[in-house]
Design a protein around this ligand. Structure first.
Ligand code: IMP
Ligand code: MG
Length: 178
């Protein structure tokens, strides 16, 4: 079993790259079908979602646009419950169909803040695409439309997700062992 160390924590492989790409492709096909005839705007939440967004959007075949926001709420392995918006949207989204692209929805606080912000800009619709979803941690009541994997409440890294900024470069997803 492949294990790695990032700073003081050890991790073991949890979801191999091939399996990730298979689910990303499934989500892309569903979006293609649901948004046929529309031109959605993907709003990618940096930093964590950069790798998922890249693979997802390469598999989308309908016309689409891409924009980025940068948010941050985690410190170490715990959510701080305070969301900082570091880079905001610099584009008019009034009347647009928005697909927010996230790496992971955990408690749901980050996404709730972003949804509230986006809603003030009067888009036509907002959908959520997240690679990972922790249903046992989720404390909100909005719908998460597209989910790659539902996972338990353990801390994970890789494929864009970090532990104190490390591990984002890994193409597989790893789970904490201690
Ligand atoms: P939420 O606000 O609790 O839903 O947390 C969402 C954000 O926390 C995500 O966008 C991630 O950046 C980060 N996060 C949540 N769980 C993990 C994890 O297991 N590993 C790494 N980052 C995580
Ligand atoms: Mg994130």
């Amino acid at each position: 079993m492949k294990t790695i160390q990032l700073k003081d924590k050890k991790f073991k492989i949890n979801i191999p790259s091939e399996e990730i790409l298979k689910q990303v492709d499934r989500v892309a096909k569903k979006i293609d079908k649901d948004f046929k005839g529309k031109t959605p705007l993907f709003v990618v939440v940096l930093n964590g979602a950069f790798m998922f967004a890249s693979d997802l959007i390469k598999s989308i075949s309908i016309d689409c646009e891409i924009s980025f926001v940068k948010l941050s709420s985690y410190h170490g392995t715990q959510s701080t419950e305070k969301v900082k918006e570091i880079i905001g949207l610099n584009q008019d989204i009034k009347g647009r169909d928005i697909i927010v692209v996230e790496d992971i929805v955990d408690t749901g606080i980050t996404m709730e803040n972003l949804l509230a912000d986006l809603n003030t800009m009067k888009p036509n619709s907002i959908s959520i695409a997240t690679l990972l979803f922790k249903p046992k941690s989720f404390r909100k009541d909005y719908k998460v439309h597209y989910v790659g994997f539902e996972i338990p409440n353990d801390f994970i890294v890789g494929y864009g997700l970090d532990y104190n900024q490390l591990g984002r470069n890994l193409s597989d997803i790893y789970i904490i062992t201690d």
